[in-house]
Design a protein around this ligand. Structure first.
Ligand SMILES: [Zn+2]
Ligand SMILES: [Zn+2]
Length: 323
């Protein structure tokens, strides 16, 4: 998976900043983006983005309630709940909270939301002590990296499944970034197609120490095993714990453009000329597929097609080309 390998190699998220600055300086530098608002939206199928500008949080809608994948910083919990409500969902309907990894920027709202909803918290087995202690591994006493401790209701290992209504997620152990780092896989309906979606935990070094006094025993071997496993994974849609892992903002902008074109096509008076009907169809197709990796093979082609679609749609609406 070329895309997944690229994400694994994106070690810039934490490491250079951490080496050059103190942890306090680093957190101050990233916090603006991490806590900035982002408009929630339907990402693909029954998966919705409800995170901030710099931290990804997802809601999965099932036939029996909601699954929340991660939260963000503790101070963003109100914003996350607001995003869920903006989409028309009820926070009270969250039945499961799944965790990718026990770092403060993905766990800050667990205690509050769990208390409010009674949802079951599910996490990788080796991250359980971190979540229940509210600390960063190897830096247990550093309050800057701490978060509200929360009880884990169920731990998972490789291949374990979590099912709610019509939706099942499978856990994959991808340790290194944290000892219990867990990537979650599920299938979504994308039009008439089934697509494999992976919520990849992370492969970055973060604030971890790999040499000298390692963050935890065996961390380097864990990273190596995770890199090898990730290379062999076959997925269609890559999602991650931070939007930049999969260029979310760019894809969302493209999705919005396609949606605007589709809306303007729909607003045109009927009946449209055959050429305009084709434009309308291809616009809605490209909107659905912006988050599909399989289609990245022809991404450049689609981008150029989108340009043509946009120009043609403008022609169709501007010239009143109906009937
Ligand atoms: Zn992390
Ligand atoms: Zn993170």
């Amino acid at each position: 998976m070329r895309k997944l390998t690229a994400a694994l190699c994106a070690l810039t998220l934490f490491a250079p900043a951490a080496q050059a600055q103190t942890i306090k300086d680093f957190l101050a530098a990233v916090m603006v983006k991490w806590t900035a608002p982002f408009e929630p939206f339907q990402l693909i199928g029954n998966i919705y983005y409800v995170g901030t500008d710099g931290i990804a949080v997802y809601i999965i809608k099932t036939s029996q309630g909601l699954i929340l994948m991660d939260t963000a910083m503790p101070q963003s919990t109100g914003m996350i709940k607001g995003n869920i409500a903006k989409l028309g969902f009820k926070v009270a309907d969250i039945k499961y909270i799944l965790n990718t990894h026990a770092h403060l920027d993905h766990t800050g709202g667990f205690a509050e939301i769990k208390k409010e909803t009674g949802a079951q918290l599910v996490a990788g087995e080796r991250d359980k002590p971190l979540l229940e202690g509210g600390y960063y591994p190897g830096d247990e006493k550093n309050a800057d990296l701490g978060f509200p401790a929360v009880k884990v209701d169920r731990t998972v290992k490789e291949g374990d499944k979590v099912t709610l209504g019509d939706t099942t997620l499978t856990a994959h152990e991808t340790p290194g970034h944290s000892p219990g780092c867990t990537s979650w896989e599920m299938t979504v309906k994308d039009g008439s197609q089934d697509r494999d979606v992976l919520f990849f935990c992370s492969g970055t070094v973060a604030l971890n120490r790999l040499v000298g006094q390692p963050t935890y025993a065996g961390i380097v071997d864990d990273y190596r095993a995770t890199f090898a496993k990730a290379k062999a994974m076959k997925i269609d849609v890559l999602l991650g714990p931070h939007p930049e892992v999969y260029s979310m903002q760019d894809k969302r902008a493209q999705q919005r453009t396609a949606h605007r074109i589709r809306s303007s096509s729909r607003a045109s008076s009927p009946p449209m000329r055959p050429a305009c009907r084709r434009i309308s169809t291809s616009s809605s197709l490209s909107r659905r597929r912006h988050f599909s990796l399989r289609n990245n093979v022809v991404r450049a082609l689609r981008l150029s097609q989108r340009g043509e679609v946009e120009r043609a749609a403008i022609r169709c609406t501007a010239s009143g080309a109906h009937g």
